[in-house]
Design a protein around this ligand. Structure first.
Ligand code: TRP
Length: 339
């Protein structure tokens, strides 16, 4: 039997636009931590070049980049076992991104639902970078020949586009060079919703701070936000099916389940028919118990930004060791001379 062509490798990224939320933690970072030290090489990236597809205040961007890095580490990403870095320090991302801009078709980009949602009725006036964003994301992934990408449901289409780009590149140049990356979409509260509107994703950029839990919120703030979270008037149902059509109730049960590492059914069994007056304080206590050590560690790390920068520099160096030969080979395949 021949050895598998591609090393099992995970790549994923988080944008440093605004602070980290509970959604980033439960939907992404917690799963990234679980993938460490197993079958995969893990590469995790703070995707600062993606953040600037919409204007960012420079000081806030630098702060958010360090804060996301601190969040990764505080939540359990070990910068020795995994590769942790920020995208801007590895120039191969943008170089491969350009090649992929010449592989991807405009028609493919036009189908990206996230672009359509973000651009809305203002599509003539958004940056060209926002439109090309999925092509840079494909470069992020394929620069490491990543085989698996843990992402939320909203990013699945971008990973499918990554496969299309890999396939077209391989076909156009008659090579078998880029892998077909698999999106890994699983886990209970993979999609944490807004505390004020259970049909919208919890986002770091929404207008009201009450709609999200920030990873830097203190215990009182977390408790207050859960107490004021919007719900319906009904108590908790006996079965998960009873949560259908109740997006806010579903979201709070999912958050509890993800924090406690149990299933939503087990949450309902633990609180049979409970009213919100019982369930919300229990959820708040659990959230504080799980998040306080992480936010404490984040604060400790953020007090020494030079140390975070050293970790990112070291991660970038290790990332380049994988990325540079893959980009060099790509240039060769395409016929670009670097003498
Ligand atoms: N587009 C992703 C998001 O908005 C972030 C991202 C950029 C990413 N590059 C990536 C995720 C590569 C996974 C792999 O959440």
């Amino acid at each position: 039997m021949s050895a598998p062509k591609f090393t099992p490798r995970v790549f994923s990224g988080i944008k440093p636009s605004g602070g980290l939320t509970l959604g980033n933690y439960l939907g992404a970072i917690k799963r990234f931590v679980a993938m460490q030290g197993g079958a995969f090489d893990c590469v995790y990236c703070v995707v600062d070049l993606h953040a600037i597809t919409v204007w960012q205040d420079p000081a806030e961007l630098a702060h958010a980049t360090r804060e996301v890095a601190a969040g990764f580490i505080a939540a359990g990403i070990d910068p020795e076992r995994s590769i942790l870095f920020n995208q801007a320090q590895v120039s191969q991302h943008t170089e491969l991104g350009w090649i992929f801009n010449c592989v991807a078709r405009v028609g493919w980009m036009n189908r990206m639902t996230q672009f359509k949602e973000k651009a809305g009725t203002n599509a003539e006036n958004v940056s060209l970078g926002l439109y090309a964003y999925p092509s840079l994301m494909a470069a992020d992934i394929l620069l490491y020949h990543a085989t698996h990408v843990p992402v939320g449901e909203d990013q699945k289409q971008h990973v499918e586009l990554t496969r299309d780009i890999a396939q077209k590149f391989n076909h156009d140049f008659k090579v078998d060079f880029f892998p077909e990356t698999i999106p890994v979409i699983e886990g209970p509260a993979m999609r944490v919703m807004n505390l004020r509107d259970g049909t919208k994703k919890m986002s770091k950029s929404g207008e009201s701070d009450m709609e999200r839990i920030n990873m830097t919120d203190d215990a009182d703030t977390i408790a207050r936000k859960f107490r004021k979270a919007r719900t319906d008037a009904e108590p908790l149902p006996d079965t998960v099916e009873g949560l259908a059509g109740r997006p806010e109730a579903r979201n709070l049960v999912d958050i509890y389940a993800a924090l406690a590492d149990i299933t939503p059914a087990e949450v309902l069994a633990r609180y049979p028919g409970a009213g919100w007056g019982t369930f919300k304080p229990a959820l708040a206590d659990l959230a504080v118990e799980k998040l306080a050590p992480i936010s404490g560690e984040m604060a400790r790390l953020m007090a020494d930004p030079a140390e975070i920068d050293r970790i990112l520099a070291r991660g970038a160096e290790r990332a380049r060791e994988i990325a540079a030969p893959i980009l060099a080979r790509t240039y060769e395949i395409v016929g670009l001379i670097r003498s």
